[in-house]
Write a protein that binds this ligand. Structure first.
Ligand SMILES: [Zn+2]
Ligand SMILES: [Zn+2]
Length: 267
């Protein structure tokens, strides 16, 4: 069964990514208001009630701020790890479905998700490696540094969505307080364009069909800077599509597991 990945929007004002395999619909993160989520899903002809699960990377508001409302309003189960549940004020044993890092979660439509821990800002954050029909797709966001464990899971993925948060020069010349600049660029902050490029150069192969750059800082990055930096690092190895998901959306749907690669531009 082909797997599709649709970015409903990405950035510090809200993140959500929809994975679909057959009738199974899983939302990775829900950082939007209920109204915004409803609107964005409706634009791709999906009703919130059709979502089978919300799976959270970590507790920060731009990723999890709308999970509770979606759970209450549309009865969508929330899956997260223990620390994320506690930080969000959920009762970990009754309000959510708990998962642990490196333990695979099986959903319908042959879709499974593997949470892989990544270092980030006091959060128990995870990247997700989705598997479907022998193909793998990664959704990776909010990490200050890469790990060999993460790199090993990214190798061989058909699709990778990954944050490319800031341009180093723009961050340090920009208006943020020095303490915040240090936090963002620390090993527990976010990935710069160069760090993302170096990681992708390590893991991308001819098997990689599509890349989506996410979570670009509106103050400290520009889409063309992110894209050109990543392409500079990738050299000739990568021959697939590269796209950028910004705050407005939904923007792109990428399909994996089809004989003909298909990237559909939504707007
Ligand atoms: Zn975060
Ligand atoms: Zn974030």
């Amino acid at each position: 069964m082909p797997l599709s990945i649709t970015h409903l929007g990405s950035g510090s004002r809200g993140n959500a990514t929809l994975l679909q395999s057959g009738e199974t619909k899983i939302l990775i993160d829900q950082g939007f208001s209920g109204r915004q989520l409803n609107k964005r899903l409706n634009m791709i002809e999906v009703e919130p009630e059709q979502i089978d699960a919300i799976v959270l990377t970590h507790h920060h508001g731009d990723h999890a701020g709308g999970a509770g409302i979606a759970n209450r309003r549309w009865n969508i189960p929330v899956h997260c790890n223990f620390r994320t549940a506690e930080k969000l004020g959920f009762d970990p044993l009754n309000d959510v479905e708990l998962f642990e890092s490196l333990q695979r979660m099986e959903f319908g439509g042959g879709l499974s998700l593997l949470p892989v821990p990544v270092p980030h800002d006091g959060a128990d954050n995870v990247a997700f490696i989705a598997s479907c029909d022998g193909q793998r797709a990664a959704v990776v966001t909010d990490l200050g540094s890469t790990t060999e464990e993460l790199a090993s899971h990214l190798r061989g993925c058909t699709h990778i969505s990954i944050e490319s948060n800031y341009d180093h020069g723009r961050l340090w010349r920009g208006p943020y307080a020095t303490s915040l600049k240090h936090r963002i660029s620390s090993d527990e902050g976010h990935l710069s364009n160069d760090q993302t490029g170096e990681l992708l150069a390590d893991v991308v192969s001819r098997k990689t069909q599509s890349l989506v750059l996410t979570h670009l800082s509106q103050e400290n990055n520009l889409p063309h800077l992110a894209e050109s930096t990543i392409l500079y690092h990738l050299d000739e190895v990568f021959q697939g599509d590269i796209a950028i998901s910004l705050q407005d959306g939904p923007e792109f749907t990428h399909w994996i597991g089809q004989s003909e690669k298909e990237t559909e531009l939504r707007i």
